[in-house]
Ligand binder design. Structure first.
Ligand SMILES: NC(=O)C1=CN([C@@H]2O[C@H](COP(=O)(O)OP(=O)(O)OC[C@H]3O[C@@H](n4cnc5c(N)ncnc54)[C@H](OP(=O)(O)O)[C@@H]3O)[C@@H](O)[C@H]2O)C=CC1
Ligand SMILES: N[C@@H](CC=O)C(=O)O
Ligand code: NA
Length: 428
């Protein structure tokens, strides 16, 4: 029963959870793997920092290269984060024939294809279940569970911080700034929350999901991204009144072999399964040609949920070691990627416009929609504090991104429109 020796890069939130699960579930893991999993070395930045788990000091180092180059180590588990120098450690580990488990979405979204091809060259496994939707086993589900199907849509609430902010704004009528401060105090948002609130974290996760789901090499630059920093209380109230919840949703669509991927604040109809995903929870809705609609829900972050996925990957690597089949996974990516043009990406839109309140205004506005062949589903006028102005709440039928861009350009030069207050995608 030779142990599987693990080198851990990082002992922060996720690393601590990995140690707890590997130690706490030791017998169950031996039962599945056939040998013990042993955390043999751990790299941290600060050796004298107090730790939440007891670690023999001889195992700790502040030099990640010592872990990566240790000939005893079979698997490197990377939970330190960042792209550089982390990428160099991972590539070196693979070149030395070590398998890699990582929770690093930034690295996998930006350099996943290089890391996976290096792994193939050296007969190694790379597993990254925790990188998207922490505790939800969505990557394994897309690779294995849906290997028999062709996926045509993935919709994800994959950023807990923004979902927490939007949920609080919806439930308590609080402002974006108030809830963001609270999310930071609770430790959900990063000290610099830009990548969460501007949609970049979700875009990285959607890059990973779309690559696996569509079996195409989707890149971060293929994803259209809009964050939630401009969402107002008024937008949320308006969405609720119309029967929608405003959520930051990543949407990857495929028609034939043409795809589009985006992350944007989206008004989700209240009866859609994603509308009821609240707080820091994540969910991924997947639709396949054969299976139809499915949804996966759970904790997207946090010590133990995220570590659950990391250790499950470790178990998978250890089982492969036992069978001698590491690095033998067939390529997840084998289809040519064709991105839809802006004329091909079409969806319903919500618009909130502040307009002059006088005769003929509606006619001018509807004329612009007609000129660009955008058809309207509903139009509602609301009074404002001034009797000179009114707010128009408009929902379009499916309209291409190109047509909507032309409509909004035309609105910029239409005198009767005082302000284009908000424009959101609508689903359901
Ligand atoms: N937290 C979460 O819920 C989730 C995190 N992830 C991902 O998991 C990874 C880890 O996240 P998390 O645990 O939250 O991060 P933390 O910041 O809590 O922990 C990072 C750890 O890495 C160590 N470290 C950082 N840089 C270096 C370095 N240059 N050399 C040696 N050690 C270093 C730190 O050392 P020290 O302790 O001495 O400071 C710390 O132990 C990230 O990629 C993150 O995106 C994914 C899903 C959810
Ligand atoms: N900042 C992320 C953490 C997990 O990836 C989030 O809010 O979801
Ligand atoms: Na996951």
């Amino acid at each position: 029963m030779k142990p599987v020796k693990v080198g851990l890069l990082g002992l922060g939130t996720v690393g601590t959870g990995v140690v707890r699960i590997v130690e706490g579930h030791r017998e169950d893991l031996i039962g599945q793997v056939g040998s013990p999993i042993e955390i043999a070395r751990i790299a941290v930045r600060q050796l004298d920092k107090p730790r939440a788990v007891a670690i023999e000091s001889a195992k700790l180092t502040d030099d990640p290269w010592e872990v990566v180059r240790d000939p005893e180590i079979d698997v490197v588990v990377e939970v330190m984060g960042g792209v550089e120098p982390t990428k160099a450690y991972i590539l070196e580990a693979l070149k030395l024939g070590k398998h890699v488990v990582t929770a690093n979405k930034d690295l996998m979204a930006l350099c996943g294809s290089e890391i996976l091809s290096t792994a193939r060259e050296h007969g190694c496994d790379v597993m990254y279940e925790a990188s998207v939707a922490g505790g939800i086993p969505i990557i394994r589900t897309l690779i294995e569970g849906f290997s028999s199907d062709r996926i045509d849509r993935i919709m994800g609430i994959v950023n807990g911080t923004t979902n927490y902010i939007l949920t609080k704004m919806s439930q308590e009528g609080a402002s974006y700034e108030e809830v963001l401060k609270e999310a930071q105090q609770l430790g959900y948002a990063e000290a610099d929350p830009t990548s969460d609130v501007e949609g970049l974290d979700a875009a990285r996760k959607m890059t990973i999901l779309a690559t696996i789901g569509f079996r195409m090499n989707v890149e971060l630059s293929d994803v259209e991204v809009q964050g939630i920093s401009k969402v107002t209380k008024e937008d949320i109230a308006c969405a609720k009144k119309l029967g929608y919840e405003l959520k930051l949703v990543g949407i990857a669509d495929r028609q034939d072999d043409r795809i589009s991927v985006s992350v944007q604040p989206t008004m989700v109809k209240r009866d859609h399964p994603l509308a009821s995903v609240s707080g820091v929870f994540n969910a991924v809705f997947v639709r396949g040609e054969a299976v139809g609609e499915t949804m996966f829900y759970g904790a997207g972050a946090g010590e133990l949920p995220t570590a659950t996925s990391v250790v499950a990957d470790l178990v998978a690597v250890a089982k492969n070691l036992k069978l001698g089949v590491n690095g033998k996974q067939s390529a997840a990516v084998f289809k040519e990627k064709i991105l839809k043009s802006e004329a091909e990406v079409a969806y319903k839109n919500f618009l909130l416009l502040r307009v002059q309140d006088r005769a003929g205004v509606l006619a001018q506005i509807t004329q612009v929609f007609a000129e660009h062949e955008v058809s309207l589903e509903s139009l509602l006028q609301q009074p404002t504090a001034s009797d000179q102005t009114a707010d128009l709440v408009i929902i379009t039928h499916d309209a291409s991104r190109a047509a909507m861009r032309r409509v909004l350009q035309a609105f910029e030069s239409l005198d009767v429109i005082k302000q284009i207050k908000s424009v959101y995608r609508v689903e359901g």
